[in-house]
Ligand binder design. Structure first.
Ligand code: C2E
Ligand code: MG
Ligand code: MG
Length: 505
C-alpha cells in the first residue's frame, strides 16, 4: 500500500473517531444533566422546597463524623416534628393546593425560628426533622416555645382557617445516641410517646424503649387472643388430604423400588351451602383478603401435628410437604409459627418440606434468599413447586438453599407428544443433578410417562397413577403396604408398554 492511499484511508477513520468522541461527550453531558436533575429531585421536597431524608442522612453522617473529631463539643439535638391527624384530614378533605400551602408555610415558620447553624429537613409528607446545634436543656426549651407557638398559629385561607397541633420528640447527640439510625429512632420513639400522651413534646429517655416493647408485646397478645379461637373453628369447614410422592431407585417391569415415601398436604374446603370448593378458587381469595395468614397458621399447625403423630406411631420415615402461597411465604407469620412448632413437637429435622411456587421465589430475589435461609436454618426442606411455568432463569436457582424441584404437571402431561417438553425436562434433570436437588414429576397419570421420566433421570413421582390425595388413615395404609412389600410399589395394570415417544428418549 502506498503512503498516499494510507493517508486517504486514514482520514475517514480519524474523522469517524473524533465524531464518535463528540457524540460520546454529548451523551455523557446529557447523562450528567439527568443525574444532577434526579439528585435535585430526590434532595428537595417539591411542596416545601426543603431538603429531604436523602440529604438528612448525608448531613447527619457528616455532622457525627465532625463531632467525633472534636471531643468536648456541646453536640446537637435531633428533633422530629409531626403534623398528625389534623393534617391528614385536611389532605383528604380539602384541595391539594391547601395542603401544599400548609407544608410550605410550615417550612417557612420553622426556618424563621432556627439559628444559622441549625437545619430543617422535610422527611415525610407530615414530618419535619430539625438538627439543632448545641440546643439542649433550657436552650432547647426556648427554641421549642418559639417553634410551637409559630406552628400553632392558624393558617388563614379565604373564608376559613386551619389550626394544626404538632407533636414532637427529640434525642441528643452524644448523650442518647452516637449513630444516625439510633438518633432518628430515639427521636421517633419520643415523638410517638408525645402523640400517645397527647403532649406537644417529649425528650427521649431509655425507659421509653421498654414502653415500645411492652406495647408491641401487648399488640401481639391481643391479636393472638382474637385469632386463636377463630383458628380453632377452621377445622369445621377446612380439612387436609395427603397425596403420596415416591422417590424411586429402580424400576422392574411394573414394580418400583421405593427409596423414600413422602406426602403433600392439600387443603380442602367444604362450604356449608355450596359444598366442596377447589383450592385454586379459594386460595387466591384468601391471599387477596389477607386471611391466608390465619389459614396458613392452622395448616402448618395441622401438618406438624399429623407428622408428629405419624412419627410417634413408628412411621418416622414419612416426610410431609406443605404449600405456601406468596403472601404467606413473605409475611413471616408462618416462619414464626413453624419455628415454635418444630421446637416443641420434636419432629426430626428435614421431615417437613415447604413448597413455594417458582414465581413467588423470583419476585424479590434478595428478600427470598433471606427468608429461605431462615427456613433452611430451622432444618425445613425447601421445594420449588410448578417449576417451568414461571419462565425464571434457571441459572439463578443456585442462589437459593433449595432441596427439591417439582416439574409442573403441564410438561409431564405432554411428554409423549411434545419434543419441547422433553427437552425442558431433560434440562431440569441436568440442573437438579448439578445442584444436587431432588426432582419430582407432578401429575403422573400414565405408566409410560413414569418410565420415560425415569429413563430421563427423574427419580421422584407424584400423581394419580401412584395415588389420589388420601385421608390421614389412607396415607398410613398406603405407606404400610409399601413397607410390608419390602419397599416396593406395584403400578396398576393397564400399562400399554413402550410408546413411540418413549423410544425418542
Ligand atoms: P399443587 O401444589 O401443584 O398441587 C398439586 C395439585 O395437582 C393438587 O390439586 C392435586 O390434587 C393435583 N394432582 C395431583 N396429581 C394429579 C394428576 O395426576 N393429574 C392431575 N390432573 N392433577 C393432579 P389441588 O389439591 O386442587 O390443588 C391445586 C393447587 O392449590 C395446588 O397446586 C396448590 O398450589 C394450591 N393448594 C392446595 N392446597 C394448598 C394449601 O394447603 N396451601 C396453599 N397455599 N396452597 C394450596
Ligand atoms: Mg404443591
Ligand atoms: Mg404443583
Amino acid at each position: 500500500m502506498t503512503s498516499a492511499s494510507k493517508s486517504q484511508e486514514g482520514t475517514p477513520l480519524v474523522s469517524s473517531v473524533s465524531e464518535e468522541n463528540t457524540r460520546l461527550k454529548a451523551k455523557v453531558s446529557a447523562l450528567e444533566k439527568k443525574v444532577a436533575h434526579l439528585e435535585r429531585k430526590i434532595s428537595f421536597q417539591a411542596q416545601s422546597g426543603l431538603p429531604t431524608h436523602f440529604r438528612l442522612e448525608i448531613d447527619l453522617d457528616e455532622l457525627i463524623e465532625s463531632e467525633n473529631a472534636k471531643p468536648g463539643s456541646p453536640g446537637f439535638t435531633v428533633l422530629i416534628l409531626q403534623l398528625g391527624q389534623t393534617y391528614s384530614m385536611v389532605r383528604k378533605t380539602l384541595r391539594t393546593s391547601i395542603s401544599e400551602w400548609i407544608l410550605y408555610q410550615t417550612g417557612c415558620r420553622v426556618n424563621a425560628v432556627l439559628g444559622p447553624e441549625d437545619r430543617v429537613y422535610h422527611t415525610r409528607e407530615d414530618e419535619f426533622v430539625l438538627v439543632l446545634r448545641g440546643a439542649k436543656g433550657q436552650d432547647l426549651k426556648k427554641i421549642l416555645r418559639r417553634l410551637l407557638s409559630a406552628l400553632c398559629e392558624p393558617h388563614v385561607f379565604a373564608g376559613f382557617t386551619v389550626s394544626l397541633p404538632v407533636t414532637s420528640g427529640a434525642a441528643y447527640f452524644p448523650e442518647h445516641g452516637r449513630t444516625r439510625s439510633n438518633l432518628l429512632h430515639y427521636a421517633d420513639v419520643a415523638a410517638g410517646s408525645a402523640q400517645e400522651r397527647k403532649k406537644s413534646f417529649v425528650l427521649f429517655r431509655p425507659g421509653l424503649l421498654q414502653t415500645v416493647v411492652e406495647r408491641v408485646e401487648l399488640q401481639n397478645s391481643i391479636i393472638r387472643a382474637i385469632e386463636a379461637p377463630a383458628i380453632r373453628h377452621l377445622g369445621e369447614q377446612f380439612s387436609l388430604v395427603f397425596q403420596p410422592k415416591l422417590i424411586v431407585s429402580d424400576i422392574d417391569g411394573r414394580t418400583l423400588k421405593v427409596e423414600r415415601i413422602e406426602a403433600e398436604a392439600l387443603i380442602r374446603w367444604n362450604h356449608p351451602t355450596r359444598g366442596p370448593i377447589a383450592p385454586a378458587t379459594f386460595i387466591p381469595l384468601a391471599e387477596e383478603t389477607g386471611l391466608i395468614e390465619p389459614l396458613g397458621k392452622w395448616l402448618v399447625y395441622q401438618c406438624v401435628r399429623r407428622l408428629s403423630s405419624w412419627h410417634k406411631s413408628g412411621r418416622d420415615d414419612i416426610g410431609l410437604s406443605v404449600n405456601l402461597s406468596p403472601r404467606q411465604f413473605r409475611s413471616g407469620a408462618v416462619e414464626e409459627t413453624l419455628a415454635g412448632l418444630i421446637a416443641s413437637s420434636k419432629i426430626p429435622e428435614r421431615a417437613l418440606t415447604v413448597e413455594l411456587t417458582e414465581t413467588s421465589l423470583f419476585e424479590d430475589a434478595e428478600a427470598t434468599t433471606r427468608i429461605l435461609q431462615h427456613f433452611a436454618a430451622m432444618g425445613v426442606r425447601i421445594s420449588v413447586d410448578d417449576f417451568g411455568t414461571g419462565y425464571s432463569s434457571l441459572s439463578h436457582l443456585h442462589r437459593f438453599p433449595l432441596d427439591e424441584i417439582k416439574i409442573d404437571r403441564l410438561f409431564v402431561e405432554n411428554l409423549h407428544e411434545s419434543h419441547q417438553d422433553r427437552s425442558i425436562v431433560r434440562s431440569l434433570v441436568g440442573i437438579a443433578r448439578d445442584l444436587d436437588l431432588d426432582l419430582i414429576a407432578e401429575g403422573v397419570e400414565r405408566p409410560e410417562a413414569l418410565r420415560q421420566l425415569y429413563r430421563m433421570g427423574c427419580r421422584g413421582f407424584q400423581g394419580f397413577l401412584l395415588s389420589e390425595p388420601l385421608s390421614d388413615e389412607g396415607l398410613l395404609k398406603f405407606r404400610d403396604r409399601i413397607v410390608r412389600d419390602g419397599m416396593t410399589f406395584r403400578l396398576p395394570s393397564g400399562d400399554t408398554g413402550l410408546s413411540a415417544a418413549d423410544a425418542d428418549t
